[in-house]
Write a new protein. Structure first.
Length: 497
């Protein structure tokens, strides 16, 4: 079935109180998607943001981001007052100011917790039971982190750093109130997200969620399940994730995430991964897994390295993992993010799983990799794929057009038969090419529909301090835009069933 959707992070929604969240504006965006006759809303990971405010470096792969909890909802519950929220300093609201969010939003959330009385409800008891695999570990992790002034777990006292049973018991007793606070935030996050997702599903909109393949070295996932990662004899991280040097980076990329001990995962029947995907199925309708190629082969870099030059490839679990997930959970809609350095064995893994893979139009005109770029040209697609103009890691289409080399721009103009000097014509024709391709799924970032330049870029990899901040203006989500998208959707046969 031919379908389409919009890529748009929740934090980028308009509205009050400093960040897009599960507020009325989220429900209005669902209505906008319906008016635009879309099938999917693709979002970024929902986990609590860690280093650099990145949703791909989260304190937990199971937990939700408390910043996305709607303060308006808490006001409606009588847990906060409008005056309290209005008087808090969240910045000017034009973009997300994480520093001010940290200083203001946590205080409000703590007030709501102290007024909630949630501990005495059966609903909360059921939530604790349903999430016992990860909830207490996450809440304790955050409470211990707070007790250490936010320091990473590598600097904690050895016994609690290494998750020793006696230390876990001692800190759990000592930090009961903080643990209760962090558990409450997850309860409220889950309640509000379920309400929003149910509304979207009821309107015919499915949610595409995004998960990184790896977890953060400063996360409750790594802390509480150290045996599932590659450690040395002292229990320290031995190898970390990244990608090798290439035409884009002479030294490669060092991500710093601990690598999985796949032999141990296999020994447990991939229990942790099955639980992780099961949680994702609670949250999303479709799961996009970032860096899918790491399941075939992954690049392993010695933990002490500053560059990726000393790294090497190791074999991943392959189809064995996905067979185990299917046996445990049944059919699971997954999108394989197979971008970057792709070998024939990666392609075979994608074919073996049957998952749709990704095509990005911006990649089709890269003169640094002309042979690899060819596979992103629309005439090369097979139907079982997802076409994007760009992703959250790319420049906006308008920004990309302004920054590419003259030889690349000439190729773009010729390929899309651009007749004017207006760069907006290129944007329009590239969107139309995505819609008209044979790809089963067509996902366009909202910024590209709006023709915005790189000031609206979501993320520039390997940089800090300027990412994950962009917010759309409320007036941009208007009937004229939804009408244009609806016209394209109908013209190219991508209407919802």
């Amino acid at each position: 079935m031919r379908t389409s959707g919009i890529l748009f992070p929740i934090f980028s929604l308009p509205g009050k109180y400093g960040i897009g969240c599960f507020s009325e504006e989220a429900y209005k965006f669902v209505d906008f998607l319906v008016e635009a006759r879309q099938t999917y809303w693709q979002i970024l990971p929902l986990g609590p943001t860690g280093y650099g405010d990145s949703p791909y470096q989260s304190f937990s792969t199971f937990a939700g981001n408390p910043y996305l909890i709607s303060l308006e909802d808490l006001i409606a519950q009588g847990l906060l007052t409008k005056k309290e929220c209005d008087e808090a300093d969240f910045g000017d609201g034009m973009e997300v100011d994480y520093g001010k969010l940290y200083n203001s939003r946590w205080d409000l959330l703590k007030k709501a917790y102290l007024r909630s009385g949630h501990k005495d409800t059966q609903e909360f008891a059921d939530f604790q039971k349903d999430n016992e695999f990860w909830l207490h570990d996450y809440a304790l992790f955050m409470a211990v982190k707070k007790a250490h002034a936010g320091a990473g777990l590598s600097s904690w006292e050895p016994d609690i750093r290494d998750y020793k049973a006696e230390a876990v018991k001692e800190w759990s007793e000592k930090l009961q109130d903080d643990i209760g606070f962090y558990e409450y935030l997850q309860f409220e996050f889950a309640r509000q997200w379920k309400k929003l997702r149910d509304y979207a599903n009821g309107q015919g909109i499915s949610i595409i969620g995004d998960i990184p393949i790896y977890v953060s070295a400063d996360s409750s996932d790594f802390w509480a399940h150290r045996e599932l990662f590659q450690l040395d004899e002292r229990g320290r991280i031995r190898m970390i994730a990244g990608v090798p040097p290439d035409g884009f980076s002479a030294t490669g990329q060092v991500w710093g995430n601990p690598l999985y001990n796949w032999a141990k995962h296999k020994e447990t029947g991939y229990d942790w991964w099955i639980r992780r995907i099961a949680k994702c199925k609670e949250l999303y309708d479709v799961i996009r897994i970032d860096h899918f190629r790491g399941f075939d082969e992954y690049f392993a870099i010695p933990a002490e390295s500053d560059t990726a030059a000393a790294g090497h490839w190791e074999k991943g679990p392959g189809t064995d993992l996905f067979n185990a997930i299917k046996a445990a959970l049944g059919e699971t809609p997954i999108i394989a993010e197979d971008l970057g350095y792709v070998t024939e064995t990666v392609r075979q893994l994608v074919r073996d799983t049957g998952f749709p893979n990704m095509k990005v139009l911006e990649f089709a005109f890269d003169s640094r990799d002309s042979s690899g770029a060819m596979e992103y040209l629309p005439y090369r697609y097979k139907n079982n794929c997802v076409v994007y103009t760009g992703t959250h890691d790319n420049e906006t289409l308008r920004g990309w057009i302004d920054s590419i080399l003259p030889v690349e721009r000439k190729q773009v103009i010729e390929y899309f038969d651009v007749r004017t000097k207006d760069p907006q014509e290129i944007v329009e024709k590239m969107i139309i090419a995505a819609f008209g391709s044979v790809a089963d799924y067509c996902i366009i970032p909202l910024q590209d529909y709006l023709g915005l330049d790189n000031s609206a870029r979501i993320n520039q990899p390997s940089t800090n301090g300027k990412n994950w901040k962009w917010r759309v203006k409320k007036e941009a989500l208007n009937g004229r835009l939804s009408g244009r998208i609806a016209e394209l959707t109908a013209l190219y046969g991508r209407l919802p069933e």
